[in-house]
Design a protein around this ligand. Structure first.
Ligand code: PEP
Ligand code: MN
Length: 338
């Protein structure tokens, strides 16, 4: 349930709503907007309560039942777009934020070179996996802590904040000591222990869409992060599994306007994992920006043919530089910049 307070409501009136919810055993979360305060009433049994319980309280403008399972991620709770700040880089504003780098951190030389090429081409966040969630236990699993150190060093050297994946709830503290942005991968979108741990952190999180999950399930997963008190949440569309097998996954471009309609959270797109082949990545990246994505997460490798992971879908440095030039004009045509 969403309780919208009147403009100019007093702190006592807001507290009246909070106390009423607490007395009913319900949780609350406040959105103290510039004009208006909105109180989300959280609990599994709000469906059985009449909205009048809150509508009659002083200072209440209206009470709306949210029929969707997600609340805190909804536009009903927060009408204005959320901005997420990653070491001063704002995501969700007019700038389209490009995050790029190798799928996995493989060596100091590889990640340093990757950082240099993505920086020179105009990316502003460096990506690189240190903990890799691999389908097979026999595949390269990442350099783990050493990988975090190498990634952070490369980011520091080239003035780029870093984004990297966390796969274990116990590693949220460790990974956030190195990363400016935590990535929760597609295979872990509904790993509720991991979401809960990342929700307790104050490190910004990029939540990738599970490749078999609906937008509603994705936003409900985001509620785990938001309800833990972490308001710094970015969504990432990375393709879903369909009957189509000419690409690795099917990039669901429609999820961008759908997210913009139903949620206040920024949404970025990873064309690399959706495409599965580097020849397809540029068109998908440009399409995403044209459709309103707030950023891109792109795999770039200094030497894709030698990559230990995802070489086929990784752009070469020169492909990436060319794409960045093309993206600048696409961004401009939709009133944004890179
Ligand atoms: C990745 O970004 O390297 C990755 C594993 O992505 P996803 O979780 O989308 O498969
Ligand atoms: Mn990858």
């Amino acid at each position: 349930m969403i309780v919208e307070m009147r403009v100019g409501t007093t702190p006592e009136e807001i507290d009246g709503v909070v106390q009423k919810a607490k007395a009913l055993g319900l949780g609350v979360q406040l959105n103290l907007g510039t004009n208006k305060t909105v109180v989300a009433i959280l609990g599994s049994n709000t469906g059985q309560l009449t909205t009048d319980i809150f509508a009659v309280l002083p200072g209440v403008e209206s009470v709306t039942r949210i029929m969707k399972p997600y609340k805190l991620a909804s536009r009903g709770f927060k009408a204005e777009d959320s901005l997420v700040s990653v070491e001063g880089i704002e995501i969700g504003g007019r700038r389209v934020v490009v995050m790029a780098g190798p799928c996995a951190v493989e060596s100091e030389e590889q990640v340093m070179q990757a950082a240099r090429v993505v920086k020179e081409a105009g990316a502003c966040i460096l990506r690189g996996g240190a903990f890799k969630p691999r389908t097979s236990p026999f595949s390269f699993q990442g350099l783990e802590k050493v990988g975090l150190e190498l990634l952070a060093r490369a980011g520091h050297q080239w003035g780029l904040p870093v984004v990297t994946e966390v796969v274990d709830p116990h590693d949220v503290g460790l990974v956030s000591r190195y990363a400016a942005l935590l990535q929760i991968g597609s295979r872990n979108m509904q790993n509720f222990a991991l979401l809960t741990a990342a929700g307790r952190s104050r490190c910004p999180v990029v939540l990738k869409r599970g490749f078999s999950c609906t937008v509603t399930e994705w936003l409900t997963a985001a509620d785990y992060l938001l309800s833990g008190g972490n308001s710094q949440v970015i969504l990432c569309e990375r393709g879903i599994r369909t009957f189509e097998d000419s690409t690795r996954f099917s990039l669901d471009i429609s999820s961008i306007p759908v997210i913009k309609r139903f949620s206040h959270l920024p949404v970025i797109v990873d064309p690399s994992h959706a495409a599965g082949h580097r020849s397809l990545v540029p068109a998908m990246a440009k399409g995403a920006v044209a459709a309103g994505a707030d950023g891109l997460l792109i795999e770039v490798h200094p030497n894709p043919e030698e990559a230990l992971v995802d070489g086929l879908q990784s752009l070469t440095p020169s492909d990436f530089a060319r794409l960045m030039d093309e993206l600048r004009s696409v961004a401009k045509s939709v009133g944004r910049y890179i």
